[in-house]
Design a protein around this ligand. Sequence first.
Ligand SMILES: NC(=O)c1ccc[n+]([C@@H]2O[C@H](COP(=O)([O-])OP(=O)(O)OC[C@H]3O[C@@H](n4cnc5c(N)ncnc54)[C@H](OP(=O)(O)O)[C@@H]3O)[C@@H](O)[C@H]2O)c1
Length: 161
Amino acid sequence: MTERIALVTGGNKGLGFETARRLKDMGFRVYIGAREAERGMEAASQLNVEWLQLDVTDDASVRHAAARLRERENRLDVLINNAGIAGSRKVAAELTGEDAESVFATNVVGPVRVMNAFIPLMETSTPPRYRERVQRTRVVCRDTRPAAVRVASLLAALLCF
Ligand SMILES: NC(=O)c1ccc[n+]([C@@H]2O[C@H](COP(=O)([O-])OP(=O)(O)OC[C@H]3O[C@@H](n4cnc5c(N)ncnc54)[C@H](OP(=O)(O)O)[C@@H]3O)[C@@H](O)[C@H]2O)c1
């Protein structure tokens, strides 16, 4: 059977690291995304997987990561949008617009940016599969058609706080 290919964003630690480890055990060829090179290389070496520099808040970084993956693979089978931040634990009266923007930039805009860059590589996978992990919940969308992705992203935004 052809080796399946998976990308886990924020794969250098925590749930992303463990997800990458399990995917590798299941026989996937695994790429982890990491925003910081040293952390990415260290985790990739521990997991014996590949790594891509990928900061979900940085358009150039995400596009560059997609281009690098395309150079090496002709498709992506599973994308796990795991990278995220918990945000500040302030009470409502202390929460600022800046706090909210930071969480939205990473947890909502980030996955949309990653989808936009990587879905073209997923179109050749059968079936296309997209999985997004967000604050306190998980949005799963096995359909990469625009309407389905929009609904998943909107749900992620609503569930973010
Ligand atoms: N743990 C839980 O109980 C829980 C519950 C519900 C939801 N979640 C969500 O599940 C995801 C993983 O949680 P976790 O507990 O494993 O968190 P974690 O240990 O803090 O790991 C988060 C990962 O995301 C990466 N990351 C953060 N901002 C990024 C960015 N701008 N670009 C690329 N990578 C970025 C981190 O990289 P750095 O090492 O560079 O910071 C790290 O690899 C998060 O989205 C979190 O909000 C977690």
